[in-house]
Design a protein around this ligand. Sequence first.
Ligand SMILES: Cc1cc2nc3c(=O)[nH]c(=O)nc-3n(C[C@H](O)[C@H](O)[C@H](O)COP(=O)(O)OP(=O)(O)OC[C@H]3O[C@@H](n4cnc5c(N)ncnc54)[C@H](O)[C@@H]3O)c2cc1C
Length: 559
Amino acid sequence: MIESAYETYDVAILGAGFEGGLLGTILARQGAKVLLIESGTHPRFAVGESTVRHVFRMLKIIGERYDVPEIIEKFSSADSIHKHVTTMCGEKRNFGFVYHREGQDQNASECTQLVIPPFREGYEAHLYRQDIDSFLTYTAINHGATVHYRTSIADIDIQDDGCTLTSSQGDVFKSRYIVDGSGYRSVLAMKFRLREEPSRCSTFSRSLFTHMLNVTPYDATVTPRGAHGMPQPWYSGTCHHIFDGGWLWVIPFNNREGSTNPLVSVGLQLDPRRWPKPRDVTPEQEFHHFLERFPSMAAQFEKARAVRDWVSTERIQFSSKRTVGDRYCLMAHASGFIDPLFSRGLPNACELINALAVRLLRAFKDDDFSPERFDYIERMQQINLDYNDRLVNCAYISFKSFELWNAFFRVWVLGVGLGDLRLTSAHRRFTATHDESVLPDAEEPMGLFFAHHTGYKKLFEEACDKVEAFEAGTVSAHDAARHIFELMAAADYAAPANHLADPSKRYVDQGETVTVLKTVAWLLTSAPPDIKKMGGGILSDLNPRRLMSRKVTPEPSAI
Ligand SMILES: Cc1cc2nc3c(=O)[nH]c(=O)nc-3n(C[C@H](O)[C@H](O)[C@H](O)COP(=O)(O)OP(=O)(O)OC[C@H]3O[C@@H](n4cnc5c(N)ncnc54)[C@H](O)[C@@H]3O)c2cc1C
């Protein structure tokens, strides 16, 4: 038995991944006695690579709120990670969606793109998780956390006065509280039978993924070059090849200047009701058989080779009846998961950690761990799952028709765009005052980034109703799409310069000079008061130097 067995830690965190490492860092920095227990070691492969605005905005808030210099200086933008943490990550300048029909060449007029403007945090990132997760764990250690690798917890006993954890090797650890960051196979979910069987989620997908070498930038396979007429090359962001019943991600790590990583993350999501899992082929064979049915996608992978074994899963959705109990809490990825579409995993993780850390620190101080004190965490995790499920499920339904996807795409774009504005406003106010009442966890959790807004909530629900009616066969794709465009036209809280109600404008680029100027003018003058309020201070965010030097990423052949 090891020496430290009978020390009592404030918290035992299971799993030293993104979530465990980040929470461990914060709590240790704040003086808590932290034990991290990890069944593997670093470096280790993990997916969860593509970020959205919410991730770095939340990290900035977390860094300031919990006074963690490493997060502020090294871990709150793609640039700072590249400079201070690792040169192995890629860059994400857009969310690209290319629509494919089985057996046909891709039609260049069927695509949509959300361009990420370089304001504030700069561009988004493709995180090479093995470097990111080890950085977070080492930072936790640097602040005093104790880490045990290659330690699997076989049994947990939770009493009124504390918790006892026993590893499969017989080591014993004691803590006042347990946070489970061990992901899908969550130790606590298994022990307390917290999983819903079957899951309540409507989304239905399975996944196949790996890292590859020699993936040709999709742009280089398109003739004539630039035929899609999008502002950014597909390869400069996360490319989603979408089709009836699923989508394929392409997340390059080699697309940023100075990257030292030749790899590209590739993952195929399939609805098993449409694409049943074959039992007689390897995952790699299944991937290649799939590509034979989509000639334009196949061109991107002609020379590609996997550098590690493919992972092939069963259904990836899971949910939990409860996520908080006596002296324990499940983290975001241990609580439930929908699908990688729209990259909601890491933002959920950051939102949860921001809200959980402050509640834990108070509980340590008061020596009171009653579950009611963590009730907010429970509500947040459940509502995040439900809203994200509806969003993703409707996106999958809309993949049956490009016209419908082109409409539904905007429902998501509007929500993330306004959600960014809202979070930026909270961050700005928090930086100025350090008043915690302006932070997201002071409000009732909302599930989507902008679902508190009555106009957007209504639009979201009506749009989803239409998409679901299309699935039920009571409305055509054309009529459902038309209805969504009408909702967009009526949304006076959406910046008109983005032309969300115009089906022929298939991209949104907030970084275009004309769009920026028009949007800022609208925000300062004719936007509804609540939106105008969030836009206060926006001029200082625009960073004219960055905007002026905004250039399209290099031609793919030069990458
Ligand atoms: C196919 C797929 C693609 C995804 N893509 C994205 C994306 O692009 N963007 C995004 O934001 N999110 C994405 N996600 C979600 C994302 O992966 C998670 O949100 C994120 O990885 C959560 O990090 P984590 O540290 O909680 O969990 P994990 O990364 O799963 O880490 C769990 C840790 O716990 C350890 N562990 C497991 N069991 C035990 C045990 N018994 N005892 C101790 N330690 C244990 C593991 O070794 C691991 O280190 C994706 C998810 C999937 C399934």
